[in-house]
Design a protein around this ligand. Structure first.
Ligand SMILES: [Zn+2]
Length: 254
């Protein structure tokens, strides 16, 4: 009996020794765990960043959807005439500039300043400098307002899009102006952004907002994400005198 108890005590002693050995990590084990965490982080962080940008792009699309409806309501209330992109009036109610932008003009139909701000914009001056109207359609002061009846292909004509300022037209897409450009133009060719001197704005021009594209509201109010390269292709067509999605009066080919 005594011998059995002694042998049991001996075995327990061995187990106790083994238990002591498994407590804590060796350096190799620790390094393996750190390496696994680093690999997982490297895989997951870009996925999270992409998911966040997807959410911001959806929010931008929602903004443009409301803007599209606001413009349509304005057009119906004003004898089928589109609002002006810019008018040299007194202090504007929304953007607080010494001039009125289309944003100020359609604000009564939208009733939110937030819908004019792109959540992916890096520009420091947000309101009034994030979304640009196609100034071939929402005309600048001095030009007659564009009439809905003159629109040849509402579903494929650019009305407004992510932009460097409140209005944009194909003549300003390439080369960019110091205050007027297409976000993401630099993804195609950095020279498009060299005129943009403000560092915040230059980043916006160089890196773009929604992956390699921008959000666009069309003349019929529908909204779509388009690659910058697609808009550029239409810009070149416009400049070559061909039909283009920039032009509200030409018949469209795409
Ligand atoms: Zn946007």
């Amino acid at each position: 009996m005594e011998r059995i108890i002694r042998e049991q005590a001996k075995c327990m002693g061995k187990e106790g020794l083994q238990n002591n050995r498994t407590k804590g990590f060796t350096l190799i084990e620790l390094l393996v765990v750190i390496a696994i965490i680093a690999i997982l982080a490297a895989i997951l962080f870009p996925v999270f960043a992409r998911a966040r940008e997807n959410a911001r792009r959806a929010s931008c699309s929602s903004n443009f959807k409301q803007i599209g409806i606001g413009v349509m309501m304005y057009v119906q209330d004003h004898d089928e005439l589109y609002p002006a992109a810019w008018q040299p009036y007194g202090t504007s109610p929304v953007t607080q500039q010494s001039e009125w932008y289309w944003i100020d003009i359609i604000y009564p139909y939208v009733k939110s300043k937030q819908v004019f701000i792109c959540p992916s914009s890096d520009s420091s001056q947000l309101l009034g400098r994030n979304y640009g109207a196609n100034s071939l359609m929402l005309q600048l002061y001095g030009n007659p307002p564009f009439n809905l009846a003159a629109l040849s292909a509402a579903s494929s004509t650019y009305m407004a899009m992510d932009s460097g300022t409140y209005h944009i037209n194909p003549d300003k897409v390439s080369p960019a102006r110091t205050w007027e450009w297409l976000p993401g133009n630099g993804l195609l060719d950095a020279s498009h952004c060299t005129a943009v001197t403000n560092p915040d704005y230059n980043k916006d021009c160089m890196t773009g907002r929604h992956f390699d594209g921008v959000t666009v509201a069309f003349a019929d109010g529908h909204v779509k994400w388009l690659k910058v390269s697609k808009i550029h292709e239409q810009t070149l067509r416009y400049k070559a005198g061909q039909t283009s999605d920039w032009s509200p009066t030409n018949p469209h080919t795409s």
